[in-house]
Design a protein around this ligand. Structure first.
Ligand code: 5GP
Ligand code: ZN
Length: 161
């Protein structure tokens, strides 16, 4: 189900207020007006992070994308870069404006630079669909680094050494 952010916030989806308090009022951010293509998906945890109704440790944000720490980092640096507009994965990329597609790649680089990963290297991963074991159905790029990473079994198969 696609919902606009204003409706998303009005419904208070995912809001975490104590039972004794009224739900916190959330205002609609300025970038929503800039992007009429924007929509959220009602039960999507990453859409809730975009809307600010679920917590995250954000490290970068502009009007098209957000980057935040993975909740269970598997490397010293493990950041997720996502579009604010909900699409489930790269298989729906055509639904994103080309500017947003560019902004995603740009944000991956910015995050790598922000965390000092450019000199020694890093990896960007986008698990797409069931064969790739994608678990959160909102497009995201893992940006990982900060140590010598294990060789990837697909791009560095043992036989290719
Ligand atoms: P996937 O398996 O879909 O490629 O990656 C999903 C990633 O999202 C996993 O690395 C997982 O740890 C992370 N993740 C799942 N739920 C949350 C959450 O609520 N907050 C954050 N920051 N990361 C999450
Ligand atoms: Zn979403």
């Amino acid at each position: 189900m696609k919902v606009l952010l204003a409706a998303f916030l009005a419904l208070g989806l995912g809001a975490q207020s104590p039972a004794t308090q009224a739900p916190a009022a959330a205002s609609v951010p300025a970038w929503v007006a800039l992007h009429p293509e924007y929509h959220a998906s009602a039960n999507c945890i990453f859409c809730k992070i975009v809307a600010g109704v679920a917590p995250s440790r954000k490290v970068y944000e502009d009007d098209r994308v957000v980057a935040f720490w993975d909740i269970a980092p598997r490397a010293p640096i493990h950041i997720l870069v996502i579009p604010k507009q909900h699409i489930r994965s790269l298989d729906e990329l055509e639904e994103l404006p080309v500017e947003t597609r560019a902004a995603l790649l740009d944000a991956c680089f910015k995050v790598a630079k922000q965390f000092g990963l450019v000199e020694h290297g890093f990896r960007v991963i986008a698990n797409t669909g069931s064969d790739a074991n994608q678990t959160v159905p909102h497009l995201h790029f893992h940006v990982v680094g900060g140590e010598k990473l294990l060789e990837d079994p697909i791009t560095k198969p043992a036989a290719a050494k």
